[in-house]
Design a protein around this ligand. Structure first.
Ligand code: RTP
Ligand code: MG
Length: 156
């Protein structure tokens, strides 16, 4: 049971536009590593939404490239739970740059499914506070229109 693992926690994983066609392999890697997916949503971000999500990077030289990339097609947002989810998901992701990932962490998601420093297949929250903000961004507690998500994973 997940309740036996004191550090069971939650993070926001995202499959980026370059890797949506490889979602099957990425989701398989998520389960093979022992995570559980508790929410999932495919959406295409508009520029305002992408700039809001990545607002911490607005002054960076790569910001425009990042926003162009992140709005170029649909993404898949995932709520992922597991043992120390924030850091263990980022470990599975590998280094930010997929070229670096292929030399330093060959089995990682970014090594296997990403292309370069921008097109790097997937995202992971970088702290527990970021995870809370990013999960609220994609899965607002108010819910919006449509069926309410009443699924409960009570063994975590
Ligand atoms: P992420 O937030 O997407 O999980 O990635 P990260 O923490 O590993 O890297 P971060 O520094 O937060 O950068 C966010 C995303 O911006 C793009 N990027 N491009 N060309 C560049 O130098 C560069 N640096 C970062 C990547 O898509 C990166 O994941
Ligand atoms: Mg980041």
């Amino acid at each position: 049971l997940w309740s036996d693992i004191a550090t069971c926690s939650v993070t926001l994983a995202m499959i980026k536009p370059d890797a949506v066609m490889k979602m099957g392999s990425i989701i398989e890697a998520i389960f093979d590593t022992g995570f559980i997916i508790t929410k999932a949503k495919m959406v295409q971000l508009n520029r305002m939404e992408a700039m809001d999500f990545y607002s911490e990077h607005q002054s960076k030289s790569f910001f425009t490239d990042l926003i162009n990339f992140m709005t170029s097609g649909p993404i898949i947002a995932l709520e992922v739970i597991g043992d120390d989810a924030v850091s263990s998901w980022r470990k599975l992701l590998g280094p930010t740059n997929s070229c670096v990932a292929r030399s330093e962490s060959p089995g990682s998601i970014r090594a296997r499914f990403g292309t370069d420093g921008t097109r790097n297949a997937a995202h992971g929250s970088d702290s527990i506070a970021s995870a809370a903000r990013e999960l609220e961004f994609f899965f607002p507690s108010s819910g919006g229109r449509g069926p309410k998500n009443t699924a409960r994973f009570t063994d975590c």
